[in-house]
Design a protein around this ligand. Structure first.
Ligand code: HXC
Length: 258
């Protein structure tokens, strides 16, 4: 598969997607988002991939949805085509863990793309925000829903209503970001984290991701029940037998991802 606006490659058991539209600070148009979706399809179908990293450039993870592309849209253009969010769901439906490695700007749809991922690792240069209010619109790819779940209502309100950016340290304090690392080690750290995850049993990793997502998508009792059922189901995997036997026998497990 050849791509124009992203680079998709593999590093061991990790799939790496690099947004590659530097002149527009990785602004997300339909083509970029479609290419991300195609790359995710490939990584999901590949048994040799256990985790995925999405990253941008030094200056921008992504500075938002492409403003020029949507500037003249009518309501009907937006509504009928479910612009632009139609194809963004692919990131959310990915069953393998996805890490966003963010340096520079993650604004508007860029921040929303990062929040669709399972873990955000930020360079100390990262800046996060939802500046849509300044453009006379509002977040449209989950910003008003995922941001309050990540950072709480007060800070989400403040960020979305003022459009101000927060830096990496504030984003980590607020709980948006799992970890902040020096910018020149960002990719290395993200790939190492993805590599650790990809070294574990893939079905178990998928069960953990699915269970944690329940914490954001439903009530506590429903989530606890879901977790218990998936926990029980993990005893049907060969990797659970291997993982626990290896511990008892004081050796490294050899996961076969089944
Ligand atoms: C299209 C963009 C863009 C965007 C930057 N560019 N952001 N093009 N869409 N979102 C382009 C600029 O037009 C410029 O192109 C080039 O990238 C470099 O940007 P500059 O502004 O010159 O860089 P700088 O002065 O460093 O400022 C960086 C910036 C600023 C603070 C990130 O570019 C900015 O405010 N961008 C817009 C951020 C934003 O509002 N995002 C939300 C979009 S709405 P040229 O050709 O002039 O060199 C959104 C809605 C999501 O995301 C809804 C659901 C999908």
């Amino acid at each position: 598969m050849t791509y124009e606006l992203i680079i998709a490659e593999t590093r061991g058991r990790v799939g790496l997607i690099t947004l590659n539209r530097p002149k527009a600070l990785n602004a997300l148009n339909d083509q970029v988002v479609n290419e991300i979706g195609t790359a995710l399809d490939g990584f999901e179908a590949d048994d040799g991939i256990g985790a995925i990293v999405i990253t941008g450039s030094e200056k921008a993870f992504a500075a938002g949805a492409d403003i020029g592309a949507m500037a003249s849209f009518s309501y009907m253009d937006a509504y009928k085509n479910e612009y632009i969010t139609r194809n963004w769901e692919r990131v959310k439906t990915c069953r393998k863990p996805v890490i966003a490695a963010v340096a520079g700007f993650a604004l508007g749809g860029g921040n929303e793309l990062a929040m669709m991922c399972d873990i955000i690792i930020a360079a100390d240069t990262a800046r996060f925000g939802q500046p849509e209010v300044k453009l006379g619109t509002l977040p449209g790819a989950g910003g008003t829903q995922r941001l309050p779940r990540a950072v709480g209502k007060a800070k989400a309100m403040e960020l979305c209503l003022t459009g101000r950016m927060m830096d990496a340290a504030e984003a980590e304090r607020a709980g948006l970001v799992a970890r902040v690392v020096p910018a020149d080690t960002l990719l290395e750290e993200a790939l190492a984290t993805a590599g650790t995850i990809a070294g574990y049993s893939l079905p178990i990793v998928m069960m953990i991701k699915e269970s944690i997502n329940r914490a954001f998508e439903g009530g506590l009792n429903e989530g606890l029940l879901f977790e218990r059922r998936v926990f029980h189901a993990s005893f049907a995997t060969n990797d659970q037998k291997e993982g626990m036997a290896a511990f008892v026998e004081k050796r490294k497990p050899d996961f076969r991802h089944d």
